[in-house]
Design a protein around this ligand. Structure first.
Ligand SMILES: Cc1ncc(COP(=O)(O)O)c(C=O)c1O
Length: 471
């Protein structure tokens, strides 16, 4: 069984579906797509389209399953929800209630987490080019800062001195991942093997640089090094890839200890786990019903850390994990309405919808369901396209029931990295998000309005004057 269909023993009231996509999203007896106790057709009527819909119960359940998977294999685990995957204030509140910490990128993710009342001691600030304001806010609130540049120690130290407060820091590593030198078939940071892609991106400090950074931290009053950090990036759902990463983090810890005497109290292994489902949703449509699950990932990583710590004579560090998509992704769907239906007979049919690439950033594959015809057989192969001036393909060659103007479609697994990446290309307004809890729905992000776009425009006086002169 894969991540999103595995039954979970918990205290949730599970809805009954005749076809289940996740525990809280499925096709009900009326043949419609439902999110928990809400008919998606009704949601579209009430809140209009395009619309993001998130199931509170699914979001919580994913978190609990994730945490449970790691807690089953490791004594000291902290889950830090990657706020970047869904930065909404309501979602941060929910994660706080579940006991999750958070990974923050940039001042605004940090600000939202603090605004929601997240315990700052459970947050980390990541980023390759941190602004002075981020560092100042992190220091003021006691948030751990993961250092990702040689001059960052001095920048943090200056802030520590200015505020007269100590700071906790980590080091973001640039692992070599040599065992993955010939691991091909994943694409996130350009072509090449997984090791090559990890090498080519901007993140992290080499081992000699990390040693040097730890020495500088040791010499600086008010700074305490508390973790070694790495994030593999959403490239894989192969547990062994993550085990290679975890093992190398322990090896680095031992090398850093030998050079400095500092043993990282925590390993922060980032996020990046990519789930799959039978409809082939997942990293580039590769997954299927046999795809590994959270549990396999957690087991592989924890065993690698425990084994390697024994080999290298290290005390077991605490483990932090920063999952984003694996918690938020399957908790949501995006709804769109069909407009023009166009056909080149014998060649192709295009179903235009009001959802677009502005709302569903590529390249992820999303399973598409006809909301009110969800249990009808597929009768044709169509391209689902958005209204943008690009080709705006949301789903090529999809087998679906006959769709006509006014029908609704849903893209599954859009609970993460959709609203946060939504754009305004062609002046398109960004959708609202509703949170569904049982039979209730609440707007958690308002639909954007024209004033939100044009309200930021300014016309320089000389340009105004030239227009006036022409009149
Ligand atoms: C440092 C860090 N941690 C965690 C994550 C979350 O990754 P995912 O959503 O793939 O789990 C990211 C994603 O970019 C990241 O950059």
């Amino acid at each position: 069984m894969n991540d999103v269909t595995r039954a979970s023993a918990s205290d949730f009231a599970f809805p009954k579906f005749k076809t289940q996509f996740t525990e809280f999203i499925g096709i009900a007896d009326d043949g419609h797509l439902w999110v928990d106790g809400c008919d998606c057709a009704e949601l579209a009527r009430t809140y209009d389209t395009p619309l993001y819909v998130i199931s509170e119960n699914q979001f919580r359940l994913n978190y609990r399953r994730f945490r449970g998977a790691f807690a089953a294999h490791y004594p000291n685990v902290q889950i830090l929800f990657a706020n970047k995957s869904n930065r909404g204030l309501a979602y941060r509140h929910i994660m706080n209630q579940e006991g999750a910490g958070g990974d923050c990128f940039g001042i605004n993710e940090l600000y939202v987490a603090l605004m929601a009342g997240t315990d700052p001691a459970t947050l980390v600030l990541n980023g390759s080019n941190k602004e002075a304001e981020e560092i100042a806010t992190a220091v003021a609130n006691g948030v751990c800062i993961n250092i990702d540049a040689m001059d960052e120690v001095e920048r943090i130290a200056a802030e520590v001195q200015r505020q007269g407060r100590p700071a906790r820091v980590g080091i973001r590593a640039k692992l070599e991942l040599k065992p993955l030198e010939n691991r091909f078939g994943v694409v996130m940071h350009g072509p090449g093997s997984l090791a090559e892609q990890a090498r080519n991106h901007k993140w992290g400090m080499t081992l000699p640089q990390s040693v040097e950074l730890v020495k500088r931290v040791q010499k600086t009053d008010g700074l305490e090094a508390v973790e070694l950090h790495y994030h593999l990036s959403r490239m894989s759902n192969v547990p062994d890839d993550f085990a290679v990463m975890a093992r190398e983090m322990v090896q680095w810890s031992a090398d850093i200890r030998d050079a400095t005497g500092w043993e990282p109290p925590y390993l922060d292994i980032g996020g990046g786990w990519a789930f799959g489902r039978p409809e082939k949703t997942g990293p580039f449509g590769e997954d299927d019903a046999d795809a590994p699950a959270f549990e396999d990932y957690a087991k592989a990583v924890c065993e690698a850390v425990i084994e390697e710590c024994e080999t290298r004579g290290l005390a077991l560090p605490g483990l932090k994990i920063e999952p984003g998509w694996s918690i938020s992704g399957s908790s949501g769907v995006a709804l769109g309405r069909v407009g023009a239906v166009k056909e080149w007979p014998g060649f192709k049919k295009w179903i235009n919808v009001d959802l677009s690439g502005n709302h569903i950033p590529p390249p992820w594959y999303h399973h598409i369901v006809a909301v009110e015809k969800a249990d009808q057989p597929a009768v044709e192969t169509v391209d689902i396209v958005g209204p943008l001036c690009s080709s705006d393909e949301l789903g090529e060659h999809r087998e679906l029931p006959a769709l006509e103007r006014g029908d609704l479609i849903a893209l599954l697994d859009t609970g993460g990295y959709t609203e946060v990446k939504a754009a305004n290309h062609n002046g398109q307004l960004r959708p609202a998000t509703v949170l569904v809890t049982g039979a209730d729905a609440f707007v958690t992000t308002e639909r954007e309005r024209l004033r939100d776009i044009v309200g930021r425009f300014r016309v320089p006086p000389h340009v105004l004057a030239a227009s006036a002169a022409r009149a």
